[in-house]
Design a binder for this molecule. Structure first.
Ligand code: UD1
Length: 429
């Protein structure tokens, strides 16, 4: 299993190209199930989760080609990928495939909308809380699907098609918003989704659906209105830059000091996180072509944060910010409100010398003057990169084990960091 070795202590200086967003690419790829036309996505990141979803879609009959070729090119940064679901050959998403990535459950929406049936295994994914699927089921039922759960599978049927309705999410959910928005595009009549997720990835999906001929309005606000159409067509669509990758590298620079341009990043996708980085003592400059992050001389200041749905501070940057706060000059409080059990990085950060105590959903971080390198274990996608951030500022060598978690969501991490002067290398076995 691959590991990452880091020797801490260097500043980061230079530029880092920001990849297309994983969390935008995944639902966009799934939207290809809604049409027999070709959906062309550009700026698709080359990540394990994208490869896994490509396999899952292939199982349903989706044909794909990368930059005009059948197979993926290992070295391409931003890839253009064509997905064509001309014939859906199978409406079952089996356990073996879905259990490895939670987002693959989302195929349930397009499949039941277009084919009138779907049989999808209950999902797996990062071990960060119970992550139920009740909102998907309630929402699809509101659109007229009959749903039962047996032997670990959700069976959804709508033989005469879905019917538009009003559905109020009792809790904000990114995935359930994606799924109901996709399903509603092919429902008869109007669907109104209230208390919808406002994340930029939802907006990106809505724009793509509209390019395919859907009639979606209000994405980015809590109320999304979808007027159903009979069929959708192919389209070409651009994946937005990854705001979580952007925030991660901004926090890495705030941690090590230095001066880095995050090329292609868009500040409006992560203002809450950038403000926290600024409060922590880094200088953030919003450029047309990206974001410049600098910290020279001044120490890291403690900042309290609470995770919230967009536009609040994202839960996917909570671990990284905690990594930064381990070296702040004082005490900070980090409160997680989206997921229970999303503090598994605390124990690993402690192995590097961090002082963190947990009190319910809040981590109290007492900044220390120095961290010391140690072997640590990646426990989930975002937690693992917080260990990299801490390792960059720790004295000596840090080895992060189980980095397959990192490969799910960070494209060429070691290359991007070492290009800016960090000592980071992949140890392959
Ligand atoms: C997406 C992101 C993930 C991010 C999360 C929150 C992708 C591929 N993943 O995950 O990186 O951390 O948004 O920003 O885009 N919930 C229910 N019932 C449901 C569905 C969700 O109770 O049926 C709960 C979850 O347990 C959680 C909360 O709602 O407590 C928010 O989860 P949700 O927004 O659905 O997360 P994902 O879409 O899975």
């Amino acid at each position: 299993m691959d590991r990452i070795r880091i020797v801490g202590g260097n500043e980061l200086n230079g530029s880092i190209p920001i990849s297309g967003a994983k969390n935008a690419a995944l639902p966009l790829m799934i939207a290809s199930l809604l049409t027999d036309g070709t959906l062309t996505l550009d700026n698709v990141p080359h990540l394990a989760d994208v490869e896994q979803l490509t396999r899952i879609l292939g199982n349903h009959g989706v044909d794909y080609s990368v930059n005009g070729r059948r197979e993926a090119q290992d070295s391409a940064y931003a890839r253009t990928v064509n997905f064509t679901a001309k014939n859906i050959v199978d409406t079952t998403a089996p356990y073996e495939l879905v259990s490895r990535m939670r987002a693959s459950f989302w195929v349930i929406g397009p499949l039941v909308a277009r084919m009138g049936e779907a049989r999808v295994s209950l999902p797996g994914g990062c071990a960060i809380g119970t992550r139920p699927v009740n909102l998907f089921i309630d929402g699809l039922r509101a659109l007229g699907a009959e749903i039962d759960i047996e032997q670990g599978y959700v069976n959804a049927r709508a033989p005469r098609g879905l019917v538009g309705n009003r559905y109020v999410f009792p809790k904000v959910s990114v995935g359930a918003t994606h799924v109901l928005m996709m399903a509603a595009t092919l429902a008869r009549g109007q669907t109104v989704l209230e208390n919808a997720a406002r994340e930029p990835e939802v907006v990106n999906l809505a724009e793509c659906l509209n390019a395919m001929g859907a009639r979606v309005s209000g994405a980015g606000t809590p109320t999304i209105v979808v007027d159903g159409v009979a069929t959708l067509s192919g389209a070409t669509h651009h994946v937005i830059p990854d705001r979580i990758e952007t925030g991660t590298y901004a926090m890495a620079v705030a941690m090590t000091g230095g001066d880095v341009i995050l090329e292609g990043a868009r500040a409006e996708l992560l203002e809450a996180a950038l403000e926290a980085v600024e409060q922590a003592g880094a200088e953030v400059t919003r450029l047309n072509s990206g974001i410049r992050v600098r910290r020279n001389g001044a120490g890291i200041r403690p900042v309290d944060i609470t995770t919230e749905p967009f536009p609040g501070f994202p839960t996917d940057l909570q671990a990284q910010f905690m990594g930064l706060m381990t070296r702040a000059g004082g005490r900070s409080r980090i409160t997680e409100t989206i997921f229970e059990n999303r503090f598994m990085h605390v124990q690993e950060l402690a192995r590097l010398g961090a002082k963190i105590t947990l009190s319910g959903q809040t981590a109290i971080v007492d900044g220390v003057e120095r961290l010391r390198g140690a072997p640590v274990m990646a426990t989930d996608l975002r937690a693992s990169v917080s260990l990299v951030i801490a390792g960059l500022a720790a004295e000596g060598e840090t080895v992060v084990n189980r980095i397959y978690h990192l490969d799910r969501g960070f494209e060429r991490l070691e290359e991007k960091l070492s290009g800016c002067g960090a000592v980071v290398e992949r140890l392959s076995e």
